[in-house]
Design a protein around this ligand. Sequence first.
Ligand code: ZN
Length: 334
Amino acid sequence: MRHPYYHARMTACPAPRGVYVFAMLPAAPTGRGGSRRRGASGGRDTPVLLFPASVPEDRLLDGIAADDPALEAIKAAAEYVEIPDLAARAPPIGFYALHDGVLDARNDGAAHPAGAAHPAGAAHPAGASGWRSASGWRSVELRALLPSVFTGALEGSLSRALRAWHIFQWRRESRYCGSCGSPNADADGETARKCPACGRMEYPRIAPAVIVLITSARDEILLAHNRAFPPGLYSLLAGFAEAGEDLESALVREVREEASIEVEDIRYAASQPWPFPHSLMIGFTARHRSGEPCPDGAEIEDVRWFSRENLPALPGSGSVSRYLINRWRAGELP
Ligand SMILES: [Zn+2]
């Protein structure tokens, strides 16, 4: 069955499970320079999910009912996009993309061009549920919805929301052909962009990153404090796979670079899509073989062994890092 990838309007799509409304809000720089956030679009935009205040906060990932009258305010300002769900015979996933505007809360949801001065009361990112508009619309950073849900297997509505979010960002960044510079169009029948001039196809990017729970012979784990982290927070070592590497080589290299130690007995443990903007986190366990942990002094400020009894502040439970640490703490890993 041929899935329509894109509709200009939602008239032909019942989308019974709800649609999403996404926007990138321009934000003030955080002043947290120096961290390598691969693919981050300048580090200044804040990705948000928009929703009418009538939607309960614990149902945000289910989306907005397609016939919700509140969507009328969005339709004139946003582009409607529909992508196939990955589940067999499931209805497509729909979302509205406010590519070049933000919602003006004082004007019933009308969009204003990015770059123009945002009137007071316009959307501002401020963590979870950051603003409440006059027209009853609110925004939440999609990332803020994650911490309570990752358990090693994605729940359906979370998977759909992350998929829609990944495609939203990719479409923003694939407006022009990378070969000849012509404006891209949506491809027919698959989730891809196609250049009308030279025929080049572009597919959503997914950047694999490895993350590893390293255990010592004394039953400790290796945790690192990255300079981009809040003070006192430690997490597992992680890094992107480079061109020409397999995942095991990437893991060995990252651990060597960031902590100056060698590991062995590398085993796959879990994975997690992390579309901020387009990662796939692939979690492993490994055992310490040799070397004393020593931070690289650049990205990693501190790295050391921790026992179960003296664990520091850890990442939120929505992360694969915390998931692996929790399983180790429960005696389920490695
Ligand atoms: Zn082209």
